[in-house]
Design a protein around this ligand. Structure first.
Ligand code: SF4
Length: 350
């Protein structure tokens, strides 16, 4: 990261920034001004109510580490916006803003690349490059919101990377987005998706933030899950679901399960029955399964299923008492699967 000796203001809480500003000899109210400017996507040069001398001094000792928009794709069909962001050190990440009747929701990346190796996923093809800083996590929301000119009210951590593999920065980020002086986004409007790093799910449960946990399950038994998700060789489905049930007990929040349907791999009637049975066996609270027809990745030869087929899979789950929906395809005209935009940009830049 290119900010070694400078303070990363966007990674600081309001209290931390206030402390730094007063310790640097400035009046306390300056911290509030700086906070407001940077949360609107501005750098020091744009802070017009701060004296020029102070702005120059701040620029010498701190950075406002916001990503830059490298590409922006807007769906003609439903207005979904996909951003390719350039980070300060030349790496790229993706974010997607979706429009719902309750407001704008952003899906953000948590790492540059990913080391989890899920076989159906483009984000992991080049491995993990590095973790994102709290400023780079929150920066995706600030820049997208400033670009669109509207408040973003919901966050989904389901973009590039495994959030629980960047645990400390993600926890700091969750506290930052919730601050009233910053974005003031309610924990209840945040959903965190994980492939299932069990000890980190337990740590998160102990914090008892009322965020929604979303588990990338994608298989109904250990043999087929281990084939497509290497994490399953470390934590089995039953260990994972045990941790999920504890999460539910500690937070009272419903757990949702993501299940990507891959033709001939995990999409049979028997898979549906097995899935219903394993979820009901381990989870005592409400369960919701999101079924996602695979978005094929060029580098892999997995095939998808059609929506009609996915609906039948959902009907079997529902007939067995498990709530299930087939996820709506947002922005079908810009619907390169997660990680592919970043990957093509990196290949073009080589
Ligand atoms: S699905 Fe998520 S955890 Fe798995 S490789 Fe892709 S980004 Fe990583």
């Amino acid at each position: 990261m290119k900010v070694p000796d400078k303070k990363d203001f966007l990674s600081m809480s309001f209290e931390e920034l206030t402390e730094f500003i007063t310790a640097s000899g400035y009046q306390k109210f300056r911290a509030k001004q700086i906070y407001e400017w940077m949360y609107r996507g501005n750098d020091f040069s744009q802070m017009s109510n701060i004296p020029e001398k102070m702005r120059i001094d701040l620029d010498g000792m701190a950075v406002i580490n916001l990503p830059k928009i490298r590409k922006k794709l807007v769906s003609d069909i439903d207005g979904t916006i996909k951003y390719l962001f350039l980070l300060n050190d030349g790496n790229f990440i993706e974010s997607v803003v979706m429009k719902y009747n309750y407001g704008l929701s952003v899906c953000i990346s948590s790492q540059c690349g990913c080391r989890m190796g899920c076989r159906f996923c483009a984000s992991t093809i080049g491995g993990k490059v590095r973790d994102l800083l709290p400023s780079e996590l929150i920066g995706q929301i600030i820049v997208a919101s400033a670009d669109i000119g509207e408040r973003i009210s919901h966050i989904v951590m389901m973009g590039i990377g495994e959030p629980l593999d960047n645990y400390d920065n993600v926890i700091k980020f969750l506290k930052l987005v919730n601050q009233p002086e910053g974005l003031g986004i309610s924990y209840r409007n945040i959903s965190l998706s994980t492939c299932g790093i069990v000890p980190k799910i337990s740590e998160l449960a102990n914090l008892a933030f009322p965020i929604t946990l979303s588990i990338s399950l994608h298989a109904s038994n250990d043999i087929s899950r281990s084939e497509i998700m290497p994490i399953n060789n470390t934590y089995s489905i039953s260990e994972l679901l045990y941790a999920c049930n504890n999460y539910f007990k500690k937070t009272g929040r419903r757990i949702s399960f993501e299940y990507t349907l891959i033709s001939g791999k995990n999409d049979s009637k028997e898979n549906a029955k097995e899935l219903a049975s394993v979820l009901k066996k381990h989870i005592s609270g409400p369960i919701h399964v999101n079924l996602i027809p695979l978005n094929p990745v060029i580098e892999r030869d997995f095939k998808t299923v059609d929506r009609h087929f996915a609906q039948k899979f959902a009907d079997i789950l529902k007939s067995l008492g498990v709530n299930a929906t087939v996820r709506r395809t947002l922005g079908p005209d810009i619907n390169a699967s997660c990680g592919q935009l970043r990957r093509s940009e990196e290949i073009n830049n080589k």
